[in-house]
Design a protein around this ligand. Structure first.
Ligand code: HC0
Length: 568
C-alpha cells in the first residue's frame, strides 16, 4: 500500500493503483470518457486530467500510476479549464443534434459537458462528416458522432476476441473503423453489440425498428403478438428510471398491452421447449453417439462467431433453434391454428436484450412456418423508448399476467437469461428423464456466477457428465481451441456471447458494469425461485403442446419447426 494525498485528504491505495483509482477511493469523482472500468485504460481523451505535484503538466489520471507520498489536486482552475477545453474541442467536431439523437439524455459526452458547465463552444471550423454504416440488420455506426475513445475497439478485441475495429488514418481524419473502411456486414462482425454497450455517444447504436412495430400495431388487419426474452424483465426498468436489476415483469406485460400488442407471450415458454428438444438431443448423442461435446446454439452472436471463425466445429452445435425462433415458428403454426387466425395476418415481434437477435430473425432458413417466423426484434432499449413514446407512467403501472398458453413458463426457462442458466435448466430435466426420479436439489450452483469459464461434473444416471460454461466470445475461443486440440473432455458446453449471458446483452440499457450485471443476475434467480414450477418438463403448456400437436421431442414436426442447420 502507498499513501496519496487527494485534494488535501490522505488515502491508502495499492501501489499498483492509478491516480484515478486513488481519487475514486477518496470519494472524488473525476470525469472520464475513454476510460471504462472493465477495459484496459488508454489515456486517449485526457478528460480525466488532474494536477500531480512535481509533474511537468496535467496528467491523465486513468493511466498515471500512484507513488507513495504523491500529492494530487483534482479541482484547480487549470484542471477545470483544461477539461473544459478538451470537451469543447470534442463538441466542436460533433453534430449538435442532441434533441433527435438516439442517446439523448443517456450520452456520456452530453452529461460531461453539462457537469463541466460548458455553455458555449469557443471553437468552430471544419467538421468530419461520414456516411452511415447501416447495411446490416443490427447496428448503425455514425462515425460523425465518434469521439475516438477507442472503447469499442477494446471491447471487441479484449472482451470478445473478434478484433473488428481499429483506428485508421491520422490527425483530423482519424476514424474508428473495420479494415479498409468496410461496413460491419462486410467483415467478421458477430453483431453481439458489445461495442454499442460501451460507446459513450451514439456512434454505435442498435438499428431502430420501433417505427415498423408501431405501424403493424396501428394496422387493423394485423394481429400483433409479442414475446419477451428472460433477461429483459430484469433490466427494462433501468431504461425507465428504476434501480438496476429491478424485476418489472408484470409492469412490462401491462405496458406491452397498453402499447397495443394483441397478445403478450413469454420467450421463457419456448426456453422450456428448447430444453425438451436440446435435452433430448443430448441424451440421444450420449446414448447413441453423435458429435461430442454438444454445444448450445441459442445465443446468435455466438452462432455467428463459430460460423465465421471455427466452421470446422459446426457439428458440435445443437441443432435446436433458439427459443426466439422456436417461438416464432410456433406462433405462425400452433398458435395460428389454435386461435383460428390466418398466419399471414400475424405479426410476430420479440423483445430481446440482444442486437444479434435481429440478424437471427432474418436468416433465410428461419421461415419454417411458411412465413418469416419472427418479423421484428426490438432491443430492451427500443422497448424503453416505445414505453416513453406511448406516454406511460411505467412505475405506476399495475402488474399483469402473460397470456396463455404461450406465456406459461417455469423457473428453468427464466434462468436462460444468466450465464450457466441453460446448463442448469437442461440438467434439471435431463437428470430426471434419465433416472426417472425427482432431483433432491434442483439448483446447480457450480455453473452459476461471473467466472468466465466454469466446469462441473454431474452424475446423470450411470454417466458422469462433464459440463463447461463460457460467456464472452474471448472465453468461447479458449473452449473451441481446446476442442480443436482434442483436449475438451466435456459432454455439454454452454456458450453465451455476452458477459454474464443475456443479462449483459448488447441491447440492454447502458451504461453497464460488473455491479449492474450482478444485480440483474440476482433478480434472474429471484424470479426462478418465485416460480411454482421450476423444471421445463413439468410446464403444463409444453406438455399439452406435445400431447395435442407436436408429438414427441425430436419427432417429425419438431424437426421441421424447431431445429435448424448452420452455415460454414
Ligand atoms: Fe437470451 Fe435466449 S436466453 S438467447 O440470452 O437460449 O437474447 O434473455 O431470449 O432465444 O430464452 C437473448 C435472453 C433469449 C433465446 C431464451 C436462449
Amino acid at each position: 500500500k502507498v499513501t496519496v494525498t487527494i485534494d488535501g485528504r490522505k488515502v491508502e491505495v495499492p501501489k499498483t493503483a492509478t491516480v484515478l483509482e486513488a481519487a475514486q477511493a477518496a470519494g472524488v469523482k473525476v470525469p472520464t470518457l475513454c476510460y471504462h472500468p472493465e477495459l484496459r485504460p488508454e489515456g486517449a481523451c485526457r478528460v480525466c486530467m488532474v494536477e500531480v505535484k512535481g509533474a511537468r503538466s496535467l496528467v491523465a489520471s486513468c493511466v498515471y500510476p500512484v507513488n507513495d507520498g504523491m500529492v494530487v489536486n483534482t479541482n484547480t482552475a487549470d484542471v477545470r479549464e483544461g477539461r473544459k477545453t478538451v470537451v469543447e474541442l470534442l463538441l466542436a467536431n460533433h453534430p449538435q443534434d442532441c434533441f433527435s439523437c438516439a442517446r439523448n439524455l443517456n450520452c456520456e459526452l452530453q452529461s460531461i459537458a453539462a457537469d463541466l458547465g460548458i455553455r458555449k463552444i469557443r471553437f468552430d471550423g471544419e467538421q468530419t462528416n461520414y456516411p452511415l454504416d447501416d447495411k446490416n440488420p443490427c447496428l448503425v455506426r455514425d462515425q460523425s458522432k465518434c469521439i475516438l475513445c477507442g472503447r469499442c475497439i477494446r471491447a471487441c478485441s479484449e472482451r470478445q476476441g473478434v478484433h473488428v475495429y481499429s483506428f485508421t488514418n491520422r490527425g483530423f481524419n482519424t476514424t474508428v473503423s473495420p479494415a479498409f473502411g468496410q461496413g460491419l456486414d462486410q467483415v467478421a462482425c458477430t453483431y453481439c453489440g458489445q461495442c454499442s454497450a460501451v460507446c459513450p455517444t451514439a456512434a454505435i447504436v442498435e438499428k431502430d425498428d420501433t417505427a415498423s412495430v408501431w405501424k403493424a400495431i396501428s394496422d387493423p388487419t394485423k394481429h400483433v403478438v409479442v414475446q419477451t426474452a428472460p433477461a429483459v424483465r430484469v433490466a427494462l426498468g433501468e431504461a425507465l428510471g428504476l434501480d438496476h436489476g429491478t424485476i418489472v415483469t408484470g409492469k412490462m406485460v401491462a405496458a406491452l398491452r397498453r402499447i397495443g400488442f394483441d397478445k403478450v407471450f413469454d420467450t421463457n415458454f419456448s426456453a422450456d421447449l428448447t430444453i425438451l428438444e436440446e435435452g433430448s438431443e443430448l441424451i440421444e448423442r450420449l446414448t447413441h453417439g453423435g458429435t461430442m461435446p454438444m454445444i448450445t446454439s441459442c445465443s446468435p452472436g455466438w452462432v455467428n462467431f463459430i460460423e465465421l471463425m471455427y466452421p470446422d466445429l459446426l457439428d458440435h452445435l445443437s441443432t435446436a433453434k433458439s427459443p426466439q425462433q422456436m417461438f416464432g415458428a410456433l406462433t405462425k403454426t400452433y398458435y395460428a391454428e389454435k386461435s383460428g387466425i390466418d398466419p399471414k395476418n400475424i405479426v410476430s415481434v420479440s423483445i430481446m436484450p440482444c442486437t444479434a437477435k435481429k440478424a437471427e430473425a432474418v436468416r433465410p432458413e428461419m421461415n419454417s412456418s411458411g412465413y418469416q417466423d419472427v418479423d421484428y426484434v426490438l432491443t430492451t432499449r427500443e422497448l424503453g423508448r416505445m414505453i416513453r413514446e406511448a406516454g406511460l407512467d411505467f412505475a405506476a403501472l399495475p402488474s399483469e399476467e402473460y397470456d396463455a398458453p404461450l406465456g406459461i413458463s417455469t423457473g428453468a426457462g427464466m434462468i436462460f437469461g444468466a450465464t450457466g442458466g441453460v446448463t442448469e435448466a437442461a440438467l434439471r430435466t435431463v437428470v430426471e428423464i434419465v433416472t426417472g426420479k425427482p432431483l433432491d436439489n434442483i439448483e446447480f450452483k457450480d455453473v452459476r456466477g461471473m467466472t468466465g469459464l466454469k466446469e462441473a461434473v454431474v452424475p446423470v444416471g450411470d454417466l458422469q457428465v462433464k459440463v463447461a460454461v463460457a460467456h464472452t466470445l474471448a472465453n468461447a475461443r479458449i473452449i473451441l481451441d481446446k476442442i480443436r486440440k482434442g483436449e475438451a473432455d466435456y459432454q455439454f458446453i454452454e456458450i453465451m456471447a455476452c458477459p454474464g449471458g443475456c443479462i449483459g446483452g448488447g441491447g440492454q440499457p447502458v451504461p453497464v458494469c460488473a455491479e449492474v450485471r450482478e444485480k440483474r443476475i440476482g433478480s434472474i434467480y429471484d424470479c426462478d425461485q418465485a416460480y411454482e414450477i421450476r423444471k421445463s418438463h413439468e410446464n403444463p403448456a409444453i406438455q399439452e403442446l406435445y400431447s395435442t400437436w407436436l408429438g414427441k421431442p425430436l419427432g417429425e414436426k419438431s424437426h421441421k419447426l424447431l431445429h435448424t442447420h448452420y452455415h460454414p
